[in-house]
Design a binder for this molecule. Structure first.
Ligand code: ZN
Length: 382
């Protein structure tokens, strides 16, 4: 399987190299179909490549094509070189019904081309027919198999209730219902340990045994963190899809632009700066996954709204002013004195926009009739 990973990486890196030759004005770099033809030629020429699995190699090209599409869609950065030991993995498609079987409650078996039957721990329910799967090796050296299955959609409760979810600054997610959620990351002690290890890693000599040990310890801690985050995302998305008919979230594409104006996170404690740095990436990753899962579990019930001004508008009276956001945690309206958790106030604005209750422009005509029992929200256009 490590060989499969190597082939996938090799093909991916060739694609990256091909695309690196492209300059504005030249004709476009080869796409997926052309690359597949080239792969066939390369396999004829090189025996070691021919001995590998064509599915693994073709799927690496497909992954690259998807990565380029994401890049042009501006949701992701440009695909870059892959290094051994980082993001190792490969994908198998055209899986037949008999290729995955259950041996006991906790043990399953999957047929991997050129490898044979591989046993795995059956840790999660697999719903529907398996058409493809991906095998990965994480930085801690653990092998994983993930079967592609879009989560089944959860029926709407039918109560007409709308919830707004805000990616908070002081909390991971705030709900318009007033609830705040924190992604369970590493505990304080674990964070301290991680920082110590990272410093050790910076000092350790390249290629030394010590460096290898420290690196593995760092990877184990990070894997623990990512496991907790994924678990939180699954539980939270299911809970929201079950409890609300419509779920309003911020549109990720314009989120970061709007957010940079909010300033930086400050909190008391030790190693605040470094820890805040660790947190930021974690929160971003958890948020994107949460939105994806919500869209899969509640298809057609997720409304993405512009995050612009949601943090500055008073949900009680509609006044918009940057000063309303007194601090990262506290919102206090300069016009009416309404005070709330800043992230919850933002979540309520998101809910109102998602519900179509927003009013267009300060003092302007309502976009939707003001039939709600709550005060109207003033949304400036643009
Ligand atoms: Zn107000």
């Amino acid at each position: 399987m490590a060989e499969h990973c190597g082939h996938a990486r090799f093909v991916w890196n060739l694609a990256v190299e091909q695309h690196s030759y492209w300059k504005p004005g030249r004709k476009s770099a080869p796409g997926f179909a052309e690359q597949c033809r080239q792969l066939t030629e390369a396999r004829l020429e090189f025996e070691w490549l021919r001995n590998g699995s064509i599915i693994v190699q073709q799927q690496a090209l497909k992954d690259f094509a998807q990565a380029m599409a994401n890049f042009f869609g501006t949701t992701h950065r440009k695909p870059t070189w892959r290094k051994r030991g980082r993001g190792d993995g490969f994908r198998i498609v055209a899986v037949k019904p008999g290729d995955v079987r259950r041996l006991s409650r906790h043990v399953g078996e999957v047929r991997v081309p050129k490898v044979g039957w591989v046993r795995f721990r059956w840790s999660r329910a697999v719903s529907g027919d398996v058409k493809s799967y991906r095998i990965t090796r994480d930085a801690a050296g653990r092998w994983h198999v993930a079967f592609a299955a879009v989560p089944e959609s959860i029926p709407a409760p039918g109560t007409g209730e709308v919830v707004g979810v805000d990616r908070g600054v002081t909390v991971s997610a705030a709900l318009s219902t007033g609830g705040v959620e924190t992604v369970p990351g590493l505990r304080e002690g674990e964070k301290d340990r991680l920082l110590r290890l990272l410093r050790k890693l910076a000092r350790a000599q390249r290629g030394s045994n010590r460096r290898g040990r420290v690196k593995a310890a760092v990877a184990r801690l990070k894997a623990r963190e990512s496991d907790r985050r994924k678990d939180w995302v699954e539980k939270t998305s299911t809970r929201l899809a079950r409890a609300f008919d419509v779920i309003g979230v911020e549109d990720l594409k314009i989120l970061d632009m709007a957010r940079s104006a909010r300033g930086t996170l400050e909190m008391p404690g030790t190693n605040v700066r470094q820890k805040a740095g660790l947190n930021r990436g974690v929160l971003a990753a958890g948020w994107g996954r949460l939105v994806t899962r919500l869209e899969q579990k509640a298809p057609g019930r997720v409304v993405k709204v512009s995050p612009r001004f949601t943090s500055q508008i008073c949900n009680a009276c509609g006044n918009r002013a940057p000063e309303n956001r007194e601090s990262q945690a506290v919102f206090r309206c300069r016009a009416c004195g309404h005070q709330a958790n800043a992230d919850v106030n933002a979540a309520r604005n998101i809910r109102d926009i998602a519900a179509g209750r927003a009013v267009n422009a300060r003092g302007g005509d309502p976009v939707a009739g003001p039939v709600n029992r709550e005060p109207q929200l003033v949304l400036l256009s643009g």
